[in-house]
Design a protein around this ligand. Structure first.
Ligand code: FAD
Length: 384
């Protein structure tokens, strides 16, 4: 990419590319990189084997790099076997007769399709041992999922005049799609026989860099103050700081996790870069605000259900995690939105927080790779 293309102000909201790149590399990425290695954040609970509700043949990928190595039962933290506290309180308590049970919840929980309380079908994956990277999954199965996702978004908004709230979902998903392509390019199987992994800068150029909109959407998903998990998770800073991060491992590790979370959510440099308080004046405050939120949530759930059709275990694992992460970010954003006439107390699951932070880490890595390698990829392709 030529330097001018991704410099200056990012469209939509007041962040500029230079600040984002600098803060990402100096502050955000180093914290997240450490945080995702901790025992709290490296295990993700997921329903990996489910029937695809949309297509009869599942187009399953049988390549070695498609499969997920599950955690042996004794590997993941003992405390994770118990339901997380928020859900326990929610499920176990009888709602009948309680005033809050009568609240008309415009937005339902959860945002995604899987029922995480269904322990029998859930498994734990060690994310550090199953990195998101090239798997070889492609062709009609992969294509039809992306096509169905974009169709789900656009079928609801046929007019080109769709409002900014409606475009947001497209940008978020397109940004996530860019991020997945960036990870395929950054960790690619160059030689199957020798099992040689390296960067594939041609792929980075052709799938992402030569489409300015895809790059812009990646930055939007990662950093835009109204939408990005990066910025609006600060709305939940206190909540995230006080969450129970104990996994039963050493007290030392617990302290490290807590201090990294604190560094992330209260970091003055990142805070200063996001023009908070979040300007929601233009978004979600109109007459149609609650209806639009409801619609986005419905579409989000359909997209989440499509993850069951991803025919490659590892892609499904990361697809589910990242869709849950985005859903969690939206949940946080909407959690105290007064336009819907209800103030929903924020109540997040352990797995949602794990998904949010790992999504953030993935986006942060993608932004770093695009910034560092994008120009080189373009030079390389032009020189051929
Ligand atoms: P695709 O990436 O399949 O894109 C399909 C079409 O979508 C393009 O032709 C273009 O019209 C449009 N498009 C592409 N990018 C964007 C964008 N950013 N914004 C808007 N529109 C866009 N493969 C792996 O190797 N590893 C993985 O971890 C992995 N995870 C996946 C997770 C999910 C949920 C899905 C559905 C697929 C995943 N895949 C993964 C497959 C991968 O995303 C591609 O589908 C595959 O590599 C084939 O790429 P392609 O060039 O045909 O284009």
């Amino acid at each position: 990419a030529d330097a001018g293309k991704y410099s200056g102000m990012m469209d939509d909201y007041g962040c500029d590319y230079e600040t984002v790149n600098r803060l990402n590399e100096e502050v955000l990425h180093p914290i997240l990189h450490e945080l995702v290695k901790t025992s709290f954040f490296r295990y993700f609970k997921v329903k990996l084997w489910c029937d695809c509700p949309f297509w009869p043949d599942d187009g399953m990928c049988h390549l070695r790099d498609c499969s997920v190595c599950e955690c042996p039962d004794n590997e993941f933290p003992e405390l994770f076997k118990e339901p997380s506290k928020a859900r326990l309180a929610d499920n176990m308590a009888c709602q009948e007769g309680k005033p809050q049970a009568a609240v008309n919840r415009t937005l339902d929980n959860p945002w995604t399709h899987d029922d995480e309380t269904d322990n029998a079908e859930m498994t734990y994956a060690n994310l550090q041992l199953n990195p998101e990277r090239y798997t070889g999954y492609s062709g009609p199965s992969a294509r039809r999922i992306w096509d169905a996702i974009y169709k789900e978004i656009f079928s609801k908004y046929p007019s080109k005049e769709s409002c900014s709230e409606q475009k947001v979902l497209y940008k978020l998903i397109s940004g996530l799609h860019s991020s997945i392509s960036v990870h395929i390019a950054s960790d690619y199987l160059i030689d199957e026989v020798l099992q040689l992994w390296d960067q594939n800068l041609d792929l980075l150029h052709y799938r992402v860099m030569r489409h300015p909109e895809r790059v812009r959407n990646l930055y939007f998903t990662g950093w835009s103050p109204n939408w990005s998990p990066c910025c609006h998770h600060f709305k939940a800073a206190d909540y995230l700081e006080q969450f129970e991060y104990n996994t039963g491992n050493s007290q030392e590790e617990l302290k490290t996790t807590q201090s990294l979370v604190r560094e992330l959510v209260f970091n003055p440099k990142i805070r200063a870069a996001c023009p908070l308080p979040i300007d929601e004046a233009q978004l979600w405050k109109g007459e149609e605000g609650p209806e639009l939120m409801h619609q986005i949530q419905k579409q989000f759930r359909s997209i989440s259900a499509m993850m069951d059709c991803v025919g490659c275990e590892k892609c499904r694992l990361w697809g589910k995690l990242q869709v849950l992460g985005l859903g969690t970010a939206l949940d946080i954003l909407f959690s105290d939105n007064v336009t819907s006439n209800l103030i929903q107390p924020l109540q997040l699951e352990r797995n949602e927080i794990i998904a949010l932070i790992n999504l953030l880490n993935r986006l942060s890595e993608s932004v770093k790779f695009v910034h560092e390698m994008g120009p080189r990829a373009e030079k390389l392709v032009k020189g051929k």
